[in-house]
Design a protein around this ligand. Structure first.
Ligand code: SF4
Ligand code: SF4
Length: 438
């Protein structure tokens, strides 16, 4: 018989559904009891101290309490820990020996999610946090032609950024995304998928891909189509819901889910897989929505259809269906694997594909960049985020590479900001398009 108090588990980790529709989920006393139980386990373990600022915040609270145990921490301070978690999932997926099916049943990120949801239900969100997580509304406004120019120019002006910091708490130094009025959807409005491709895939463009990085998405499309995969852009999609989930606004996540799932089902009904250029959005469909809506068959079907773009391309490579005639070597490339890609447990498929290019050496950096959606741009978190990103920046700077890329363009921006030189983060789609010469 298994010893359930053993150090670590032997079975594969499982994840329980998030029971956010039950009344006890939102019960503050019930939540505090669970927070105290898990915090006590973490206090005795401390493996995750270097992952993010949530754990140092917890351990400082414990060490500075009268008892130097979790029972000495004021429960009102528990939220300080919750607030520092950006749901990257790394502690659960890469460190914790006590995840289910272990009897201790520690799912730190989903407990933090519950803490955020309870806090949001009681107190709502600040104007800044509402704006930062309303990617569709902000993006629509900021990509109106004249507005986009004004936003992009204002974001570079120091006095304006200082004003923004004091008015709404967006740090004056934090890298903010550029908005494009010629969005990916506008650029591709008249696009039809050529029927001669041997396979088709659905593309969830994502808010960021549409309005902040349309050229990167075009590079993705070019690489897929060069390899015989026709790309069907999902019609009228809305945000995947990850930013609202990070805020704890689960009702908003449900509304976005209801808007997107029928459109995605149109594609799965045709037997298509679906991909997205941002790992967080793929993770949202693959893992988080099925755990939030475990009885929703349609969510399950869409989740099973989602795939990482390089996972998909490397599967074709295994079947001998990927083109490997490259015209331009890439030299030395640093590849940053972002947290939301790593926790999909698919291996380093982006690295594998870049390494198919002759005379290309890839240095892998598997550490959090600290960007994590909206975390790094908040005035109170900026310094923590920079600290988290520093080892990534150092590795890349020391490696003296020709290019550096991250699967997450926001992580790329964060690294570029940390580099502080004239270098620019690229994308693996862009480099592969260049290597193919297409
Ligand atoms: S999910 Fe990520 S940010 Fe949250 S506690 Fe775990 S490692 Fe830290
Ligand atoms: S989440 Fe798990 S590994 Fe990390 S400190 Fe807590 S108990 Fe230890």
């Amino acid at each position: 018989m298994a010893d359930d108090n053993r150090e670590g588990g032997l079975e594969a980790p499982t994840r329980h559904a998030i029971e956010w529709k039950t009344t006890s989920f939102y019960d503050q006393d019930d939540l505090n009891t669970e927070l105290e139980r898990v915090f006590d386990i973490c206090h005795g373990c401390r493996r995750c101290v270097s992952l993010c600022n949530a754990f140092p915040t917890l351990f400082d609270l414990v060490d500075e309490s009268s008892t130097m145990e979790v029972d000495g921490v004021d429960k009102a301070d528990f939220h300080k820990v919750v607030d520092q978690c950006y749901l990257c999932d790394l502690c659960y997926m890469t460190k914790c020996p006590y995840v289910p099916p272990h009897e201790w049943n520690v799912d730190f990120p989903h407990l933090m999610l519950r803490g955020k949801a309870v806090h949001y239900k009681k107190k709502g969100a600040s104007l800044r946090d509402s704006v930062l997580t309303s990617t569709d509304a902000v993006g629509k406004l900021a990509s109106i032609p004249v507005v986009a120019e004004v936003v992009n120019t204002t974001n570079k002006l120091r006095p304006a950024r200082k004003l923004m910091q004091s008015a709404i708490g967006v740090h004056a130094e934090a890298p903010l995304p550029k908005f494009h009025s010629a969005t990916l959807r506008k650029r591709n409005a008249k696009r039809t998928v050529v029927t001669t491709f041997d396979e088709r895939i659905g593309l969830f463009v994502t808010c960021y891909g549409n309005r902040n990085a349309p050229a990167m998405v075009e590079d993705l499309i070019a690489v897929f189509e060069h390899n015989g995969v026709g790309v069907e852009i999902v019609s009228n999609e809305q945000c995947c819901g990850m930013p609202k989930m990070e805020l704890g606004d689960l009702d908003a996540v449900e509304k976005l889910k209801e808007a997107n799932i029928p459109r995605l089902l149109d594609l799965t009904a045709q037997g298509l897989r679906i991909t997205a250029p941002i790992p967080s959005c793929v993770l949202m469909y693959r893992q988080e929505l099925p755990l939030l809506f475990p009885d929703d068959e349609q969510v399950g079907a869409v989740g099973r259809a989602f795939t990482d773009p390089f996972e998909f391309l490397m599967a074709r490579h295994r079947e001998g269906r990927l083109k490997t005639e490259f015209k331009t070597p890439l030299g030395k490339v640093a590849y940053h694997a972002p947290c939301h890609q790593r926790v999909q447990n698919i291996g380093l498929k982006t690295r594998d594909m870049l390494e198919l290019v002759p005379n290309t050496e890839v240095e892998v950096v598997e550490r959090c960049s600290g960007h994590d959606g909206t975390y790094a741009v908040k005035a109170e978190n900026y310094d923590f985020a920079q600290k988290i990103c520093r080892p990534v920046v150092k590795r890349i700077a020391d490696a003296k590479v020709d290019y550096y890329v991250s699967d997450c363009p926001m992580a790329g921006d964060m690294i570029e900001h940390g580099m502080g030189d004239a270098s620019v983060a690229s994308s693996a789609f862009t480099l592969l398009r260049q290597a193919y010469g297409i």
